[in-house]
Write a protein that binds this ligand. Structure first.
Ligand code: E4P
Length: 207
């Protein structure tokens, strides 16, 4: 399973990329706003730090503007993946960008039916939000299982399942057990994954 970092913070990205286990980055408008920087500059800098896919999200909601925003984002660097929301206009944008050779990450997915449409629209990645489903009393990981089952039924579907809205190491482990393609993980959850008190105590004793 690939590990993407869910962050637009250059400091966090640099520190974690140095570990060698980060395969890509996802950003969204909230994360970019939190960084306090301009989207184009931020994405360009992230792309210069990471070889793998870097998701950059459009902010428009209509097809024409989304498409031109996506085309502009795609010119920033060869490893930009344009992120579009799972709406009718977003799916149309996905189709147009994919046909032109740009990788697209379709985000804000909450049902397997939506995921099926994203695959039909040529998405390189589908981003189901497990944490936000759990937050409203649904079972986010059940959605991942359903999407993987459906995509697995068709050799023609090449869309990768990118598990998003991760809240804990358990989400990551569950996604890996189900065989998800990618997990995009916030930096604090990556730290939690690496840490165990018995490791720390054992090391203390050895030293
Ligand atoms: C990643 O692509 C998503 O934007 C992100 O995982 C959303 O996470 P959140 O639900 O914690 O905002």
């Amino acid at each position: 399973m690939k590990i993407f970092l869910d962050s637009a913070d250059i400091g966090e990205i640099t520190a974690l990329c140095d570990t060698g286990f980060v395969d890509g980055i996802t950003t969204n408008p909230s994360l970019i706003a939190k960084s306090g920087r301009n989207i184009l500059d931020t994405i360009a800098e992230i792309c210069s730090l990471v070889d793998g896919p870097v998701s950059a999200e459009v902010t428009a909601t209509d097809f024409e503007t989304m498409l031109s925003e996506g085309q502009k984002l795609a010119t920033i660097a060869q490893n930009v993946t344009v992120k579009v929301p799972l709406t009718r206009d977003g799916l149309m944008t996905c189709r147009a960008l994919s046909d032109a050779g740009t990788d697209v990450n379709v985000t804000l997915c909450f049902t397997a039916g939506q995921a099926l449409l994203a695959a039909k629209a040529g998405a390189a990645f589908i981003s189901p939000f497990v944490g936000r489903l759990d937050d409203i009393g649904h079972d986010g990981m059940q959605l991942i299982a359903e999407i993987l089952e459906i995509y697995g039924n068709y050799d023609s579907i090449q869309t990768e399942v990118l598990v998003a809205s991760i809240r804990s190491p358990m989400h990551v482990l569950h996604a890996a057990r189900l065989g998800a393609d990618v997990c995009t993980i916030p930096p604090n959850v990556i730290q939690q994954l690496a840490k165990h008190t018995l490791t720390d105590k054992g090391l203390e004793a050895f030293l």
